[in-house]
Design a binder for this molecule. Structure first.
Ligand SMILES: Nc1ncnc2c1ncn2[C@@H]1O[C@H](COP(=O)(O)OP(=O)(O)O)[C@@H](O)[C@H]1O
Ligand SMILES: CC(=O)N[C@@H](CCC(=O)OP(=O)(O)O)C(=O)O
Length: 259
């Protein structure tokens, strides 16, 4: 049987606008009604973490797009991502009549998470592991809503970049992957949308400093998923929900990342 599961990664800045979040869920509801495809959401929430840490007078830095996460910050970050962000996404789903279940990467052993680099602190690297819980939830007609908090085999909480988490979940389920961010796709040095992205082109633009920070992490994650899943990964905006059905039908919206 063909697997037509779709994983959508939602960038956290979406949570800063209730209007944009509602419009996006209107589009998702329409998509679910029209296509009846199993849908999984993986979400970020970096902006919520920024606000929380700033409010508490704590400094937070990023290294190559990844948040340096001192172990004393991880309970707060887990609260913002697996708590606030996850439940705000679920709340919007429920208000749209979409039955959903909120998870982190550790639930049911979905993903194996290990510490990425001691210099980054409690930052995790994520591998797909056990699909049975997510699949059972999809088979029940519910939508998994997954945050990027993971737990190591030693029982330590880890902060995983949400693009890397979405890639692992798409690989776990053999699903299509669409990454929705606050930009219309990958942009060139003049701010113009690049319709197609390959590994070679990405390396060139990263070396030139055109693709930086969070987008560098996203592009590398998308290239990884495109290679392992053998299909293009879309990077597009959550700002234009009216383009969602065309995008989800494989139309030319945003950037198509190919291995
Ligand atoms: N070449 C590029 N094209 C588009 N965005 C870029 C590029 N280089 C850096 N960026 C930055 O990457 C951001 C998107 O990454 P990120 O903030 O991690 O998004 P999200 O939270 O949606 O995952 C953009 O808002 C932009 O500031
Ligand atoms: C390690 C790391 O960088 N973790 C991210 C997790 C959240 C995230 O990726 O959120 P967005 O998708 O909204 O950017 C962070 O702490 O910001």
């Amino acid at each position: 049987m063909a697997n037509n599961t779709l994983v959508i990664k939602l960038g956290g800045t979406l949570l800063e606008s209730d209007e944009a979040l509602t419009a996006l869920f209107d589009g998702l509801t329409q998509f679910l009604n029209d296509s009846h495809r199993p849908l999984v959401l993986v979400h970020g929430g970096g902006c919520l973490v920024d606000d929380l840490l700033k409010g508490l007078g704590l400094k937070s830095t990023k290294k190559n797009g990844l948040r340096v996460t001192p172990f004393e910050h991880i309970p707060l970050i887990a609260g913002a991502l697996a708590g606030t962000a996850n439940k705000q996404m679920m709340a919007k789903a429920i208000a749209h009549g979409i039955k959903s279940v909120g998870f982190c990467l550790a639930d049911g052993g979905m993903c194996k998470v290990t510490q990425l680099d001691p210099e980054l602190g409690a930052v995790g690297e994520c591998q797909p592991n056990d699909a049975s819980l997510a699949q059972a939830v999809l088979d029940m007609g519910c939508m998994p809503v997954i945050s990027s908090i993971g737990i190591t085999e030693q029982g330590e909480l880890m902060n995983v970049n949400a693009d890397q988490a979405a890639t692992a979940i798409a690989e776990l389920l053999g699903a299509d992957l669409v990454m929705l961010s606050d930009v219309s796709g990958i942009l060139d040095g003049k701010g113009q949308l690049i319709p197609d992205m390959t590994q070679a082109k990405a390396e060139e633009l990263i070396a030139k400093g055109v693709i930086t920070g969070g987008m560098e992490v996203k592009v590398r994650a998308a290239l990884h998923a495109a290679a392992t899943l053998g299909r293009p990964i879309a990077v597009a905006s959550w700002r234009y929900p009216e383009q969602l059905s065309s995008l989800l039908a494989g139309g030319a919206v945003g950037t198509k990342v190919m291995a």
